[in-house]
Every structure is written in C-alpha cells, then in structure tokens.
Design a protein around this ligand. Structure first.
Ligand code: GDD
Length: 320
C-alpha cells in the first residue's frame, strides 16, 4: 500500500515505518522542518508543520497516498497542563487541517486518526474496561485537545464523507520513547544511577495511578491492520485490557537494578489532575481486524531499561 505517515519522526512513527517496511509498503513520511532525518531508509520525506495547510496539501499531492496514519501531535499530558493552548492548537486544529487537506488532495484515501484513552476521563469501576461507546469526558487539557480531534474526525467521516477510522490508544511503551513518559523517566534514572552518574534516589510522581500499557510494536501493528481491515467510520481502542499500578511498575524496574535505589517523591512530578485509572476494552479491534496485544509488559520494560543502560554506558544521551 502507498502510505503516508504524518508525524513520522517520533517514537511511534519510527516503529510504524518499520512495521510497514516489513510488509513491503511504499512509504512517505512528514517531518517538522529543521528536524534531522534518518538517511537511506527508503522513505520519501516531506517537511510539514501541522498548522501549515499549504505544506500538507503539497505533501498529499506529491505522495498520492492510499493510506494515511496521522500521528502528529503533542503527546505529553503533563506538558498539556503547562501549555494548554498550544496543545489544543497542535492536536485539535492540526487534525482539522489534516482532514481539510485530505478532502482537497486525497479524498479517496483512508486515514487513521490517532487520538487517546484520555478522551474518556474518569470511568466508574463498574464501567471498566471502558468501551468505545463511553462518553467523551476528558479531565486534562491534553484530553480535551484529543477529544476535539476525535470529534473532528467523526464529523469528517460522517457528513464529511471521508474514509476515517479513529483509534484511541492507551499508554504505550517500548524502545525509543523519550523522557517525559513514566517508563523512560524511571528507566533513564536507574541507568544513570547504575553507572554512578546520579545519587541512588529515583524521583517519582503519583504512584497510585493505574494505566493500561501496551508495547508500541503491538500498537503500530494495530494501525497497519486497521488500514487494511478496519471499518470506515469506526472507532477502536488499542489496549491490553489490564491496568498496572505505577507503584508496581516502579518496583518492577527497581528490582532489576544492579544497585540499591531509594524511591523518593518529587512534588514537581505531581499533576493538578491525574485520572486514577485507565483500563480499556480491546474487543472491537480483535473482532474487526484480529488485533490483540501480544508483547508482555516485562519484555517492554527490559527492552527500555537495556536501551537506557546502553546510552548511560556509552555516555551518549538519548534525546529528551
Ligand atoms: N511521566 C511521568 N513521570 N509520569 C509519572 C511519573 C514520572 O516521573 N511518576 C508517576 N507518574 C504517573 C503519571 O502521573 C501518570 O499517572 C502515569 O504515571 C503515566 O504517566 P505518563 O507516562 O506520562 O502517561 P499518561 O498516562 O499521562 O499519558 C500517556 O497515555 C495516553 C493514553 O492513555 C501518553 O502516552 C499519552 O500520549 C497517551 O495519549
């Protein structure tokens, strides 16, 4: 398939390009002008700011995609609290502009619009695992930006007549994720402590929250499967169906450390509003395109910790 990945240089984009490459797809990707690009990767690259409709039109006209995966956005919930306006513009207005460009330049393509579990906000215990027909009731500025994007995508596929699928991924984890998310935040500190670059104190935020983690390699397989087999206009959760307390997650990681580490609460990591639990129901994705999460969390944690250990040993820091 001729695929355009919009926002292809991030954590998820790299994994999605690898998944598509393995399947023999013809690949194009967008990057933000000024970013450094991987060389010789067989991807046709196009510089696009998501709020620049002209550049998006040009990228679509040049690549004529059959499938588009829209990954561009501001993915950090804590940053959304600090900068709600830009988060809203990038996530909501960016999606709206993408759909407008598609209407003009690629009206026959299929697009996967990636939103978030954060659109659901707080779900009562007896309503979990949360299904796709639960109300949109976000609790964070980031969640609001993704709920607006989700609604824009619903309208484009309904009265707008475009072939749109919305996917709401829950937390994902795996190699390449940058600091600012919980697993790399913890793993990078452990790796630095092990090589003596930091005192043996692991700084943490809210440990009582529970999150539903899926390996990013499973998530991108879901996006690719949805391009082939998802239903037009449908919305899908991608998640494991189980939640893990951040408290258990930190202990799992600290248990793997080669030195003793003390867990210390860092007030600056607490958020004004943190949804207590996300736990999703992935049944619909399984029913329509046979997707389910396969990589155990233990393996994802090992892979991420090893990645940060390699970086700490060679003293080359991964970008944060
Ligand atoms: N980042 C971070 N760093 N989170 C911490 C820390 C820390 O040091 N300590 C505790 N936490 C808690 C957060 O308060 C939150 O409850 C949980 O760990 C997970 O935080 P993140 O990894 O930052 O992810 P998130 O749940 O806020 O959002 C992720 O999942 C969404 C889907 O549910 C992101 O990947 C979003 O982009 C995604 O849409």
């Amino acid at each position: 398939m001729r695929i355009l990945v919009v926002g292809a240089t991030g954590f998820v984009g790299g994994h999605l390009l690898a998944e598509c490459r393995e399947r023999g797809d013809t690949l194009s990707g967008t990057f933000r002008p000024g970013e450094q690009l991987p060389m010789g990767d067989g991807v046709s690259w196009h510089g696009v700011e998501v709020l620049d409709s002209q550049a998006m039109d040009a990228a679509l006209a040049a690549t004529r995609p059959e499938g588009i995966v829209y990954l561009a956005g501001q993915a950090n919930v804590a940053l959304g609290n600090r900068d709600p306006v830009n988060t809203f513009r990038i996530n909501a207005e960016g999606t709206l502009r993408m759909l407008g460009a598609m209407d003009r330049e690629a009206p026959d393509a299929r697009i996967i619009v990636v939103t978030s579990a954060e659109v659901y906000g707080v779900t009562a215990q007896d309503q979990m695992p949360v299904k796709e027909d639960a109300p949109l009731s976000p609790r964070t500025p980031y969640g609001v930006s993704k709920a607006a994007a989700d609604l824009a995508a619903a309208q484009a596929s309904g009265s707008g007549g475009l072939d749109v699928i919305r996917i709401r991924p829950f937390n994902h984890v795996g190699p390449g994720q940058r600091r600012g998310f919980v697993v790399p935040d913890f793993a990078s500190q452990i790796a630095a402590i092990e090589v003596g670059q930091a005192t043996p104190e692991l700084k943490v935020g809210n440990l009582s929250a529970r999150r539903d983690f899926t390996d990013v390699r499973d998530i991108v397989r879901g996006y690719r499967e949805a391009l082939d087999h998802g239903k037009t206009g449908e919305v899908y959760n991608l998640c494991s169906g189980h939640s893990v307390a951040i408290d258990d997650l930190v202990r799992e990681l600290v248990d793997r450390a080669s030195v003793d580490i003390r867990i210390v609460r860092d007030e600056s990591r607490l958020r004004p509003s943190d949804v207590p639990e996300f736990r999703g129901d992935p049944t619909r994705a399984q029913r329509d395109f046979g997707w389910k999460a396969t990589i155990p969390l233990e393996r994802s944690l090992t892979d991420v910790l090893e990645e940060w250990r390699r970086a700490a040993r060679s003293s080359t820091h991964l970008p944060d």
